[in-house]
Design a protein around this ligand. Structure first.
Ligand code: F6R
Length: 586
């Protein structure tokens, strides 16, 4: 996810571009850059935040970019805009060009020289390749060559127009008086205009000071209507959601699909291992613990999961293991310290992270990325389920490579994995019922979350989410452990959130529900089985999935439960007290 902007009109383009980009910084902040046309084309771009761009280019036409790295580490060279060989055409891009290698090779054969590792740079060279005498025609021809997702804006020396195109990445046009705007999201230009055209996939747009022409991929004109927006700038940044956390919860179907898509388009690294250690903190630790159940079930190798802060200071273990570090930020001090130690001890190491080029990537042998896009809410949501996605994918691929499951079985499981976005979407459809349940439990002083097997880590994660954003005391337990102590604390109406998937442990969970019900707990069952209504006080219904994949749907239901509980209690949901998004201290 990156942010792109464009401006053409009577104001100083540099000022408008920097201001509008700033409003998109939540979409990524690895690097930033602008290109301004004033007869000549001028470009300034740099690794780091938008504030590092200090240019005072004069001109009233330009484009800008703030980057969330996907192809190529964050660096000055990989920052947008990219220019063609002559430095006359500049482009900015959000998305992934899937056929960029093929296009790049062809362009290199024709003499084009590339300066970055990104997929985006090919777009500037393609336009140059097609340019004869019309910038618009060359742009349309170039866009027709691209496969993948993109929102693109381009400018050219000596031209008073911006060309733009959209496919599967957002792009909106802001309509002003003798000025027009382009952006990935409406909030970018909302202080200048609230009249917008939302481009559709496969549309190309030519924007000048006084008109906006929209074309299909063949260059035929298309009519699109103008919508008037009545949101405030702040509402618009969250795309109308009240909090970033809720927006990010709702982004999960897309984030899961993007993550799987990226994994499927890459070869898995070759690795040989007899045992696995997983090291992480907080929510990432819970993803690792879920991974343990899945890896052990599919690969039949032992998996040990450690808190990074503990792993760092453990006595040396003789046996070597594939050691996997999970960290959404890639910057958590304990996890980085643990990765250094694992390497010093001679282990083969791998990281799962959401941030390309983050510190953890420097300390491991292999990296697998989640493709969740930036997560602003302090509570991890979409980064958690996309971590699960990577772990499931890893387990299926290596179980097949190691001959632990047949190719046919692996393909069946991959097909199921592809459906997780759809099932998560259906859980999101249960929001109203979950809100109702939140009202029933919000006055509690304390709660338990219980589950068994592969959903036990989801109970831990449900309790962590509840604690961190609602400030209600919550603990997660393996359901069978309650009778060994924690059941002593069950009092009248204390909520017990029981995860009851339709798997091999369903009957055992029902017995555990009966145990807490008998002590007057208020039982909330999260289940796809209607029968559970007989035993629970209230039910959060979720869709039935293949038993192996139930952690995804259960996790999302519990994210919504903690979100709505915190909202009822009036908490600062996106920035809970005492917490930080990235923990760079020990
Ligand atoms: C909880 C949460 C934290 C993080 C933990 C590790 O919602 O976000 O528990 O999971 O601080 O952070 P990363 O994954 O960045 O290493």
């Amino acid at each position: 996810m990156c942010g792109i902007v464009g401006y053409i009109g009577f104001r100083n383009a540099t000022d408008v571009l920097l201001k509008t980009l700033k409003r998109l910084e939540y979409r990524g902040y690895d690097s930033a850059g602008i290109a301004v046309v004033n007869g000549e084309l001028k470009v300034e771009k740099r690794k780091g935040y938008i504030d590092t761009i200090k240019s005072d280019f004069k001109g009233t036409v330009g484009i800008g970019h703030t980057r969330w790295a996907t192809h190529g580490v964050p660096s000055d060279e990989n920052a947008h805009p990219f220019v063609d060989c002559k430095g006359e055409i500049a482009i900015v891009h959000n998305g992934i060009i899937e056929n960029f290698m093929e296009l790049k090779e062809k362009l290199i054969e024709k003499g084009h020289v590339f300066k970055s590792d990104t997929d985006s740079e090919v777009i500037a060279h393609l336009i140059e390749e097609y340019y004869e005498d019309s910038f618009k025609d060359a742009f349309i021809k170039a866009v027709n060559e691209l496969k993948g997702s993109f929102a693109i804006a381009a400018v050219m020396k000596g031209q008073r127009r911006i060309m733009a195109a959209k496919n599967e990445s957002p792009l909106v046009i802001g309509i002003g008086d003798h000025e027009n705007f382009i952006a990935s999201d409406i909030p970018a230009f909302l202080e200048y205009t609230n009249r917008v055209i939302v481009l559709k996939d496969g549309e190309i747009c030519e924007v000048t000071d006084d008109f906006v022409n929209i074309y299909d991929l063949k260059g035929n004109e298309v009519k699109e209507s103008i919508t008037t927006i009545d949101w405030s700038v702040e509402d618009a940044e969250k795309s109308g959601y009240e909090h970033f956390m809720l927006k990010e919860i709702f982004e999960q179907p897309r984030a899961l699909e993007d993550t799987l898509h990226a994994l499927l388009s890459k070869d898995m690294p070759e690795m040989d291992f007899e045992r696995v250690h997983i090291v992480a903190c907080g929510t990432s630790y819970h993803a690792g613990l879920t991974g343990k159940y899945i890896i052990e079930e599919l690969l039949h190798v032992p998996v040990y999961v450690y808190y990074a802060s503990e792993y760092r200071y453990m006595p040396e273990i003789e046996e070597k293991a594939l050691t996997i570090f999970i960290t959404q930020s890639g910057e958590t001090a304990d996890t980085i310290g643990a990765a250094k130690r694992a390497k010093d001890l001679g282990n083969y190491t791998m990281a799962i992270t959401n941030v390309v080029g983050s510190s953890i990537t420097n300390y491991v042998d292999q990296v697998l990325y989640t493709n969740a896009g930036p997560e602003i809410g302090v509570a991890a949501t979409k980064t958690f389920t996309t971590q699960l996605m990577v772990l499931y994918y890893f387990s299926i691929i290596f179980a097949s490579k190691k001959g632990k499951i047949s190719k046919k079985k692996a393909n069946e499981l991959l097909k199921e994995l592809q459906k997780t976005g759809y099932y998560v979407e259906r859980v999101l459809g249960e929001e109203d019922n979950i809100k109702k349940v939140a009202r029933e439990i919000a006055s509690a002083q304390s709660m338990y979350f219980i589950a068994r097997g592969r959903n036990y880590p989801i109970a831990l994660e449900g309790a962590l989410k509840m604690k961190e954003i609602s400030y209600v005391h919550a603990e997660g337990y393996p359901a069978g452990e309650l009778k060994h102590g924690p059941i002593a604390l069950i009092s009248d109406n204390m909520p017990v959130i029981a995860i009851v998937p339709e798997d091999e442990l369903y009957g055992k969970m029902i017995s555990n529900i009966k145990e807490v019900s008998a002590r007057n707990a208020f039982v909330v069952a999260v289940s796809s089985n209607n029968d559970v209504k007989k035993y629970a006080d209230t039910v959060i219904s979720i869709p039935k999935t293949n038993y192996l994949f139930s952690p995804f749907t259960n996790a999302v239901a519990l994210q919504l439960l903690s979100y709505h509980t915190a909202k009822i209690l009036g908490r600062k949901i996106d920035k809970p007290k005492n917490l930080a998004k990235t923990v760079t201290v020990e």
